[in-house]
Unconditional design. Structure first.
Length: 306
């Protein structure tokens, strides 16, 4: 799947992943009101509304982007109807030819980690048939429990030709409380980066990049520069552009000389574009068209700076 991701990026000339992270206050009133009129003020109405919202955005941008990244917590908060919306979103995006990165940030050990990996990337054997659950193409993984927590995901990735992005240096302000701590004179994030490179050394796609990538925030470009050298064959998923303060000028260190090696996430900046003054002329009813223009602007901004 890393080969497909790289192929999609080359085709669209857009190293962009749209974060499909819906909140109810993001959903235009015409969608939410209709859902509540039909299903009441219920979790089912919320699930219906966020699915319709997602579908509108995907229909407007799928030809411009290589991938999407739904954050599962935004769906889980609505219980089973929310998870149904998550599944419908994953399936629909794959039908549109998009690579789907499930932002699940799982991390456990042994059979539990294997169960997470099977539930999101692999399948489960039921009688004579192998059945697939959420079936994303990539997922995000928390490495805090060490190799015991990551290896089950890598094993499933090898079997299914899928991938993971391991949290290495995240974009949030307090990430340094743990990730910047020095161990033997080196920050922890560098050591995690070395492990990422090691975990992915024997699972490299035809494109030259590993199935095992890393998450490194756009808000720390100097650290990104160091980590790019430590993980030359790992694709870097870069959150923090836009709403969190990362700029296109900060992104250059994350890319390799081939112009590849990184994919930049934007969530609110795209899915809530219609709420921004810059795109206010689209209005609530044309929220998806506002999202499309935001993708075009982001693509131009990034390509002009990397």
């Amino acid at each position: 799947m890393i080969d497909q991701l790289v192929a999609n990026i080359k085709k669209t000339n857009a190293p962009i992943v749209v974060g499909l992270d819906p909140m109810l206050n993001y959903v235009p009133s015409q969608i939410l009101d209709k859902a509540m009129k039909e299903q009441g003020e219920t979790l089912e109405a919320a699930g219906t509304a966020i699915w319709e919202y997602n579908k509108g955005i995907v229909d407007a941008v799928y030809d411009l982007i290589p991938a999407v990244k739904p954050q599962i917590a935004m769906y889980e908060q609505f219980g089973l109807p929310g998870l149904e919306a998550f599944q419908k979103t994953v399936d629909y995006c794959k039908e549109k030819g998009l690579v789907v990165i499930g932002d699940i940030k799982r991390g456990d050990i042994g059979s539990t980690s294997t169960a997470y990996a099977n539930g999101h990337l692999g399948g489960v054997q039921i009688g004579s048939k192998k059945c697939y659950g959420f079936n994303e193409d990539f997922v995000t993984v928390n490495p805090y429990l060490g190799t015991d927590g990551v290896k089950p995901f890598v094993d499933v990735c090898k079997e299914e030709k899928k991938g993971i992005f391991v949290l290495v240096k995240t974009s949030n302000p307090s990430s340094g409380e743990f990730q910047d701590r020095e161990i033997d004179g080196r920050p922890l994030y560098e050591i995690v980066g070395e492990y990422v490179s090691r975990w992915g050394a024997d699972c490299v796609g035809k494109c030259g990049y590993s199935y095992v990538g890393a998450v490194v925030g756009a808000t720390y470009p100097e650290m990104g520069k160091v980590l790019r050298k430590i993980m030359p064959k790992s694709y870097i998923l870069v959150p923090g552009y836009g709403a969190q303060g990362g700029t296109a000028a900060d992104l250059k260190p994350y890319f390799n000389e081939d112009g590849l090696g990184a994919i930049v996430n934007s969530s609110r900046g795209i899915i809530c574009a219609y709420k921004q003054e810059k795109y206010a002329q689209f209005g609530e009813e044309n929220y998806a068209e506002a999202s499309r223009q935001a993708v075009i602007d982001m693509r131009e901004d990034i390509n002009a700076n990397i």
